[in-house]
Design a protein around this ligand. Sequence first.
Ligand SMILES: [Zn+2]
Length: 446
Amino acid sequence: MVRTSLVALAAIGLAACETSAPATAQQPPAPGLPSSMDTSDPTANLSVTRVVPGLRYVLGRNVSSNTIVVDTSAGAVIIDTSRPPASRAHFELLQKDGVTKAAYVILTHGHGDHTGGVQLWKGAGGKVVTQENFTEFLQYQRMLAGFFASRNGAQFQFAGSQGAAAAQPGAAVRAQQAQLNAPALVPDVTFGDHLSLDVGDTRFELYSTPGETPDHLTVWVPKLKAAFIGDNFYESFPNMYTLRGTRPRWPLDYIRSLEKVMALEPEIVVPSHGPAIVGKAEVQRQLKKMHDAIVYVHDAVLAGMNSGKDVHQLMAEIKLPPELDVGEGYGKISWSVRGIYDGYAGWFNGDPAEMFPQGRSSVSASVVKLAGGPKKIADEAMRLLGQGKHVEALHMTSIGLEGAPGDKDVLRARVAAFEALVKVSSNRNELGWLQEGLTKAKAGLN
Ligand SMILES: [Zn+2]
């Protein structure tokens, strides 16, 4: 990963990157950056990529899924539909490319960056196909719509959306209401473990492949020797725990699902984010590397837990060996380590103080007082920052603000800590939360 590019990216700011660009300009992510770091306008600079005759896709940008088209004698089969507003742009581009009639719309899973264009494709005749856990998974997201509204805003920093820091009081509740009032997406066809679907001259085999979500599926088209793997593979270690909040994403599910896809011996894999992988050997190489990386992290967490190490120690210690380095532009090893640890053991960390409702912040005012007041805390944070201890400086300001809410000296140190962290971050989701924290701290200074 190229440090100079990251600094430039950070300097521009994620939200500011979301400006519309001339339709002809090419704005791929900076060289060396994975597609997860693409924060450009998701409706601009789109094109149709043809993989082999009968298979094309529009590459999704800025956390919007690809829209994939498989042609059959009975019309197109659409796999994933992107997120608004990219979904409409993908739809219109494909209509111009001749995809006017859809036979089916297959959703690899129920995340909003894949389901945004479903109504458009239904309008073109597509029957919606999902795995049977789809409805329950949508219900989970709808039940927590208010929570996810602010969490998604913070993490993705999309233009036009409000992060948690900027949200008006009640905005999350209104967003929740809007989602609850939206018509539920009801699939026309569902299946449990496996479904064979004959569409005109083409057979589609659908398999349940849980990983990123419990309703996740993989599409296999034997005629093309092509697998459509959804979000169980992208150009980064998987986001096995996403900071916006998730139930455990189980490593053993990812592992088994990747094995299921590898056993099909595909010659083409089109993931739902990032470009197609072409060539039997290359597909096996990339999928096996991801598989082995997940196995490595999972086994290292188990070994660490059994030897009595705590979660922060394992977050710091567990690193992938160079031959399994799959990048951390979207998911991070340390978050996955904590996700796996907590997935197996739950929230209690063994400190008896944690059994009680009074959290550590209940004594922060005393700590600040003993330190000599919030100015001393701010000074210490700046001293740590000067030593390159950015995270420790941030911790210091968290204690300072708990003990002395709204203190300007502490807030100024906090702004400095966030600015330092933004400059060195190389992970899309981490950057979102750092930007959110920075916005919030700056707002406190006004
Ligand atoms: Zn996705």
